[in-house]
Design a protein around this ligand. Structure first.
Ligand code: HEC
Ligand code: HEC
Length: 205
């Protein structure tokens, strides 16, 4: 039984993630409370340098640096891979990530995913307009409460400036970050719409 499900898991992953073995290892760790506890502790130590920008508990200290707290672990691991491979571009991140070993990447992802992210304040009128847009254009992938999943990042509680920048980059196809699903989903958004959506998302618990 175990073998069959492990194989199915591996096949599923290999079609979705570029690093199936490491993603599979992460799943195994998440399924084992003792292993998860050890990974979170190791991740806390391994992320000491990341804390300079992303904060001790994954709540970032600067507006354009994303919160990592509460983000899905599989998504974090995949983004770390993308920075390392140069598929996602950021001068600081690409250099920092390159020196991390696979196990450290896994541990750091487990650590941040297990941290809590508090909702931020937002403009209520903008948030209401943003909710209507989100429910129409984004909810089917990012989920009712924007909490995401393995393939779709959590957006709830994320910083407004980072959300704005990321959404705009996907829409405009700047090459800093590419994703076809996101380009299509954002293609009709005006700049004002993006501000409204960001205000909605940041105040979600
Ligand atoms: C000098 C500041 C800085 C440091 C130090 C730093 N980061 Fe980042 N990180 C950023 C910025 C800025 C971004 C957003 C890049 C962008 O706009 O795409 C980012 C993005 C990320 C993302 C993507 C988050 C998402 O929601 O998609 C991950 C994952 C990440 N960093 C992990 C790390 C890890 C792990 C470390 C430590 C090894 C680290 N960062 C250290 C500035 C930093
Ligand atoms: C068809 C599925 C789909 C739809 C619909 C969709 N997204 Fe996404 N979104 C994704 C995927 C997949 C990613 C991760 C892409 C990557 O790896 O860069 C993503 C990433 C993002 C990110 C980056 C988050 C981070 O932590 O860096 C933001 C912000 C975002 N989406 C906002 C939206 C908004 C706003 C809408 C609606 C206008 C939307 N998405 C609709 C699939 C979708």
């Amino acid at each position: 039984m175990f073998r069959v499900s492990a194989l199915v898991g591996l096949l599923f992953c290999s079609s979705v993630f570029a690093q199936p073995a490491l993603q599979e290892k992460l799943k195994a760790v998440q399924a084992d409370p003792a292993a998860m506890k050890a990974a979170v502790e190791a991740g806390r130590k391994a992320s000491f340098f990341c804390a300079n920008c992303h904060g001790e508990e994954g709540i970032s200290k600067t507006p354009d640096v994303p919160n990592l707290a509460g983000q899905n672990a599989a998504y974090l691991l995949e983004q770390i891979r993308k920075f390392g491979a140069g598929e996602r571009k950021d001068a600081f991140m690409q250099g920092l990530i390159k020196v991390l070993k696979d196990d450290e990447r896994l541990q750091i992802s487990a650590f941040y995913a297990s941290a809590k992210v508090p909702p931020s304040r937002a403009d209520a009128a903008l948030a209401q307009r943003g909710k209507a847009l989100f429910d129409k254009l984004c909810v089917r992938c990012h989920g009712e409460q924007a909490r995401g999943g393995e393939l779709f990042p959590r957006l709830a509680g994320q910083k407004v400036p980072y959300l704005q920048t990321s959404i705009t980059r996907y829409r405009d196809g700047t090459g800093i970050r590419n994703n076809q699903l996101m380009s299509i989903a954002t293609s009709t958004l005006k700049n004002d719409d993006i501000v409204a959506i960001a205000n909605y998302l940041t105040q979600l618990p």
